[in-house]
Design a protein around this ligand. Structure first.
Ligand SMILES: [Fe+2]
Length: 356
């Protein structure tokens, strides 16, 4: 019997996508189950003690012969920040190479390394590499890994969408510009982020980055003068409250720190804005309305700066390294939450911010 017309019809694009989502949903679990996030309510950390910090970039050869070899290709994403690097294997870098990585990250703000074996190293080795840049921050509320609280796990799938809940379900835009844990006294420097599962090509889940150096440079000399000497309060309280409200852990009581509104990078000497809507709450010494007015201007200024922002994209094996002192970033929650996105951050802490 001849096939009916219905049998001959090719499936519509809608059907193909629906089938794909179903496949992802039915997939047994993450590709790297070791890094599946845990939220142990009994886990507690002591307060972070002050420590001496020397940025490895200060020891680096400016020519970077141990990092950028004849095999390396670099592609700048914009004049101000972001470089895609191929032909470098982070796991193979010598101590000198890691120093140069710190300097190159400070200079370019964000580096995107492709085809890395980093995700397949042992957790001890991953932590060892990141520890070259400073003691690893242990996050007070986020998902981590049993026995390895250094890993800050970013995980989202059909059943886990805490980040969207944290940002606010009623918001028109889910962007959330921030510099990681800027409420700490010694804030993060060279920061590592490796992807384990991501939506397929074009499926979303990129990270937006902006240069706080260029954001500062765009301001008039008169306005720059007004900012210099100002300090702002960065607070971890809302993050902790949110975790408590969800029944999540608060492993260390939240703190607030005062940081300069303009900070200087210890190696490049570049001045950068250091405020972000994620954690910066008020300008020290200003009345409430004055503080709100100034911070609103600065938050709008950085968020609107599409000409000093780039998108970090992910492929299997991508490791993104950024300097949290001179950048802000935001996740893009543009992908269907049926899809899985799984990544891990290692966040070395650096110096107490130096006033600009
Ligand atoms: Fe972040």
């Amino acid at each position: 019997m001849a096939p009916s017309v219905a049998d001959l019809e090719t499936p519509s694009t809608v059907d193909v996508i629906a089938n794909l989502k179903q496949e992802v949903k039915e997939k047994k679990g993450p590709s790297y189950p070791f890094y599946y996030p845990q939220f142990d309510l009994n886990e507690k950390f002591s307060r972070i003690e002050p420590f001496e910090s020397t940025d490895p970039g200060s020891r680096a050869d400016p020519a970077k012969p141990h990092l950028l070899t004849a095999n390396t290709t670099t592609h700048d994403l914009s004049p101000y920040l972001g470089t895609e690097v191929t032909g470098v294997q982070i796991s193979q870098l010598t101590s000198e190479g890691l120093d140069e990585l710190a300097l190159y990250t400070a200079e370019r703000k964000v580096l995107i390394f492709r085809d890395q074996d980093f995700k397949d190293l042992s957790p001890e080795r991953q932590i060892e590499i990141a520890s070259h840049f400073g003691p690893i921050h242990k996050h007070p509320t986020s998902g981590n890994v049993k026995g390895f609280p250094e890993f800050h796990v970013v995980y989202r799938d059909a059943e886990h969408d805490e980040i969207r809940e944290y940002i606010g379900l009623d918001r028109a835009s889910l962007l959330s510009w921030h510099s990681d844990v800027s409420y700490e006294r010694q804030t993060p420097g060279t920061t590592f982020f490796f992807i384990l599962d991501q939506p397929d090509n074009g499926g979303g889940g990129d990270t937006l980055f902006l240069s706080q150096v260029e954001a500062y440079r765009r301001l008039s000399p008169e306005f720059q003068k007004r900012l210099e000497g100002l300090r702002a309060v960065h607070s971890g309280v809302a993050q902790a409250d949110n975790s408590r409200k969800r029944g999540g852990p608060v492993r260390r009581e939240p703190i607030e720190s005062e940081h300069p509104v303009v900070r200087v990078h210890p190696v490049t000497g570049e001045k950068a804005l250091y405020v972000n809507p994620g954690f910066t709450r008020r300008i020290v010494g200003y009345k409430t309305e004055e503080s709100e007015y100034l911070l609103k201007f600065l938050f709008d200024h950085i968020a609107k700066g599409s000409d000093f922002q780039v998108r970090g994209t992910y492929k299997p094996g991508t490791v993104v390294v950024w300097d949290n002192r001179v950048t802000c970033h935001s996740a893009t929650l543009d992908f269907d939450n049926v899809l899985r996105r799984h990544a891990v951050r290692l966040t070395p802490q650096a110096e107490v911010p130096i006033a600009g």
